[in-house]
Design a protein around this ligand. Structure first.
Ligand code: PMP
Length: 358
């Protein structure tokens, strides 16, 4: 039996995708070899790559004015690639600081640009998204960066304000969980290993007019213009994660696309937050309006019971709900591949644990 996997990432993948990958593992469509064993320039892989891109474009309604790139290096590489490609040394770039992934993005950008923190919820321990009326954006900034969903803190942007400068969003943990108006974004990036596929792949969606201005010392593998020109194959791309991501995109389309994903995650999150809010034993630290639908951190009234809670969960095959080591407590991640049944199992367990030990 498959476990109920609430991992923050690498995270659960749709069972149908794993089944298909298993069926095709040794012999991809009668070719007598695995996708892992074929050239990225083969007709078979080129078709896989093109279909994956077309499906992602269809899912997110990405038009011809944006490039879609499939790159190595996960999201952290984009923390550096974004300033290298979108601004000159010394240019001012605005960052909205809502949690620990933002902290990392800011630290990397500081090595490469003049970072201005236009808004921050650090003083409130990152429990909310500062409202756009509080943002102090810089006129003439090269871009404005947000972390759309803070995977550790469980704080999510539910609206994207218009910014003068191109809006850049780290959507590592919420891409494909909802429809997006791509026209609002200059660039969106994500590590694949939460909602898109296995680790080893990063996806970048970037407006074409922002590409082609990388500073001269930018390594060529990080230069969006060069990668776009080569169809993300300037060097050997992460072929197997790209293939699996393609299967995930196809699966998401078959489920009804991102609107269906959004409805499902809203249902799952509502069940879990209701269980938390209706109890005095469990607590969510995040302001209700800014709570993440993807990552739900919560604490127990008695932190000394954390170990027993985790052990009891594991006995019911409820896995990976320990909070990040930097914040403690619990966290359940509700990505697209996490079923409502898994959430029901977690909520039932929480009720039983509270009744016994609370
Ligand atoms: N941004 C966010 C929001 C994340 O959740 C993560 C990974 N947990 C990262 C960036 C870093 O991703 P990677 O490990 O792919 O570099």
């Amino acid at each position: 039996m498959r476990a109920f996997n609430f991992s923050p990432g690498p995270a659960a993948l749709p069972e149908a995708v794993l089944e298909q990958a298993r069926a095709e593992m040794l012999d991809y469509q009668g070719r007598g070899l695995s996708v892992m064993e074929m050239s990225h320039r083969s007709a078979e892989f080129m078709a896989i790559a093109e279909t994956a891109e077309a499906d992602l474009r269809a899912l997110l309604d990405i038009g011809d004015d944006h490039h879609v790139l499939f790159l190595h290096g996960g999201a952290s590489m984009q923390f550096a690639a974004v300033p290298m490609n979108l601004c000159a040394a010394g240019d001012v770039v605005d960052y909205i600081h809502t949690g620990s992934w933002g902290t990392k993005a800011i630290a990397e950008a500081r090595r490469l640009a003049n970072v201005h923190i236009a808004a921050s919820s650090e003083a409130e321990n990152f429990t909310r998204v500062p409202s756009p009326t509080e943002w102090r954006l810089t006129a003439g900034a090269a871009y404005c960066h947000i972390t759309a969903n803070e995977t550790i803190g469980g704080v999510q942007f539910h609206d994207f304000p218009a910014t003068g400068a191109p809006l850049v969003a780290d959507m590592s943990s919420d891409l494909l969980s909802r429809p997006l108006d791509m026209g609002r974004f200059g660039l969106v990036y994500a590590g694949a290993q939460k909602n898109l596929g296995p680790a080893g792949l990063g996806v970048v969606v970037v407006r074409k007019d922002l590409v082609g201005r990388a500073r001269t010392q930018t390594p060529r593998v990080l230069d969006y213009a060069i990668q776009a020109e080569h169809g993300s194959m300037f060097n050997t791309p992460p072929t197997f994660p790209w293939y699996i991501a393609g299967l995930v995109f196809r699966w998401a389309r078959e489920q009804g696309g991102v609107l269906a994903m959004q409805r499902a995650v809203e249902r799952k999150a509502a069940k879990l937050y209701t269980a938390i809010d209706e109890s005095d034993f469990y607590h969510s630290p995040v302001r209700i309006a800014d709570r993440s639908l993807m990552n739900v951190p919560f604490t127990l009234a008695e932190p000394r019971l954390d170990g027993a809670f985790l052990a009891g969960a594991e006995a019911r095959r409820i896995l990976n709900i320990r909070g990040h080591r930097s914040v403690g407590g619990m966290r359940a991640s509700l990505y697209n591949a996490v079923s409502e049944k898994a959430v029901d199992a977690l909520v039932a367990y929480m009720g039983d644990f509270e009744a016994e030990r609370g």
